[in-house]
Ligand binder design. Structure first.
Ligand SMILES: Nc1ncnc2c1ncn2[C@@H]1O[C@H](COP(=O)(O)OP(=O)(O)OP(=O)(O)O)[C@@H](O)[C@H]1O
Length: 493
């Protein structure tokens, strides 16, 4: 080596910081620099004259190095940054960038091969580590983005629910304001008779339960008052009682009032509207005049009662609600079922806990109490001071049969208060039985009598004798009533 390569060559090699090895054309090591010996833990004796692949117990038998020296380099003069990764037994895993140079003889044969080895292990590991971190962060970002998208959907759904709740609250507020105007409380149900006490008993018995209630009774007997009393004693008393009068609207409007509608569900449906069932979710829905509910809507009502589920008009989305229903009617629903105008299954569902309001004529002992209560209330409202009800006036009020019940009594007293100039109540109404049926008609007395008896029998559910029976209302002996029924061809259906 000394002859062929002068000392200056050694000095140059020695000054290069990175490991360098010089090979002859047969790939045997001519010389390496101190950095090579240090880095790869070998000495000149084990190295010089040895085939590069045999270095360090063949640790240098590296396929990629072979590829570089035997395939790539013969075609090229130099090659930079050829990456080789290899596990050396003595020094562990190394990532190297090889810079190779071919040096030629004058005859253009390979004289020497210079191999400079740059150890980039730390840098590469650092880079790979960074790449791993970037990849991990990218995956995390992707997940976060997906989560954000999901959260957006959840938030949108929540917003939609909040909107619905807001609509429900606004609608309910309207009902609450009505309640405030009504100044209703349980004590407003006036009466001390056994009949009304029995009603109170039933109200208190059922109020706390979640059961649906059916309030029966003639017009003006206080059915709505009882519905409010039940609600007022129930667990949802702090929410409004939502009310719907089934007789007040035509069939198609009742449906959208009950179940609500989507925008565009029908002409004039300019925006989405919540139905009473949705507004009453979690509280009480009072369905007044249930007997007037059109036959085609009855199955829908039955479905909500049974499953709590329905769809808004124009929507296929099923809405689930938890609503307590109090229904009221002045009709004899049993008779309506027989006539085919009321569905039997719906009647069974509603009739789980019936409360019957007694007509005023069956609790005449309450009349003086009611008279005092109404005179006081009406006088205050009209700025009058009436404190005397003459005995004959009270007797007249007590003896009248009150077909319009308490509402009629209230109206009669309002007219009386308006017409009384002093402290004494002066009646204006004559309080006779209405006889308009008998004028302008060519019906016989027997015909009218038959109709009236039939009506009373239906109202009392064909109870002929005893308390609250048809014979009591008609003022007849039981046997006399039976004889009249035979004569007039009246039979229990
Ligand atoms: N026991 C009572 N004490 C005081 N007021 C009463 C009583 N019962 C009914 N009223 C009054 O009589 C009027 C009629 O009552 P309500 O509307 O509850 O009767 P209703 O049976 O629901 O009538 P309708 O069948 O016509 O709907 C109301 O003004 C109500 O406040």
């Amino acid at each position: 080596m000394g002859k062929a390569y002068p000392d200056i060559f050694d000095s140059i090699l020695g000054s290069i910081r990175e490991p360098v090895v010089v090979l002859d054309p047969d790939l045997k090591v001519i010389k390496a620099n101190p950095s090579f010996y240090d880095t790869f833990n070998v000495n000149p004796k084990q190295t010089e004259g040895v085939l590069i692949y045999d270095l360090g117990n063949r640790q240098w038998d590296i396929p990629k190095l072979k590829e570089l020296l035997e395939e790539i380099l013969p075609q090229n003069t130099k090659l930079n940054d050829f990456e080789v990764e290899h596990h050396f037994e003595s020094i562990g895993r190394k990532i190297m960038h090889l810079n190779a140079r071919r040096i030629y003889t004058e005859e253009n044969h390979t004289q020497l091969i210079l191999l400079a080895i740059e150890d980039v292990t730390d840098r590469e590991y650092y880079k790979r580590n960074l790449e791993d971190i970037v990849e991990k962060r990218t995956a995390e970002l992707r997940i976060a983005r997906e989560e954000a998208l999901n959260s957006k959907h959840v938030a949108e759904n929540a917003l939609e629910k909040i909107k619905c709740l807001k609509d429900q609250l606004e609608a309910e507020r309207a009902y609450l304001q009505e309640e405030i105007k009504l100044e209703f409380n349980h004590e407003n149900i006036i009466g001390r008779s056994n009949e009304i006490k029995y009603v109170f008993y039933k109200v208190e018995q059922i109020a706390a339960a979640d059961t649906n209630v059916l309030v029966l009774g003639e017009t003006g007997t206080g059915k709505e008052l009882v519905a409010r009393a039940i609600h007022g004693l129930s667990s949802s008393k702090d929410r409004a009682l939502v009310k719907m009068n089934c007789a007040a609207l035509p069939s198609n409007l009742i449906e959208s009032e009950l179940f609500g509608h989507e925008k565009g569900a029908f002409t004039n449906a300019y925006s989405r509207r919540l139905g009473r069932f949705e507004i009453a979710n979690g509280t009480t829905l009072f369905l007044d005049e249930i007997g007037e509910l059109p036959l085609d809507l009855q199955p829908k009502l039955l479905q909500v009662i049974e499953t709590g589920e329905f769809e808004r008009l124009g929507s296929s989305e099923t809405i689930k609600v938890d609503v307590r229903i109090i229904a009221a009617t002045n009709r004899n629903l049993e008779a309506e079922v027989r006539k085919g105008t009321f569905r039997e299954d719906l009647w069974y569902r509603l009739n789980i806990f019936p409360i019957t309001m007694p007509p005023l004529r069956e609790r005449r002992e309450d009349i003086p109490l009611l008279v005092d209560y109404f005179i006081d209330k009406i006088s205050k409202r009209l700025g009058k001071s009436i404190n005397l009800v003459p005995v004959n006036v009270m007797n007249t009020l007590r003896n009248y049969h009150w077909p319009g019940n308490i509402r009629e009594l209230e109206n009669v007293l309002e007219r009386a208060v308006i017409n009384s100039s002093g402290p004494k109540l002066h009646l204006v109404d004559e309080l006779k039985k209405p006889n308009k049926d008998l004028t302008n008609t060519n019906r016989t007395l027997a015909h009218v009598e038959r109709e009236y008896i039939l009506r009373v029998l239906e109202q009392t559910q064909w109870k002929v004798s005893g308390n609250n029976s048809a014979s009591e209302i008609l003022g007849l002996e039981r046997s006399t009533l039976r004889a009249r029924m035979r004569k007039l061809d009246i039979h229990k259906p």
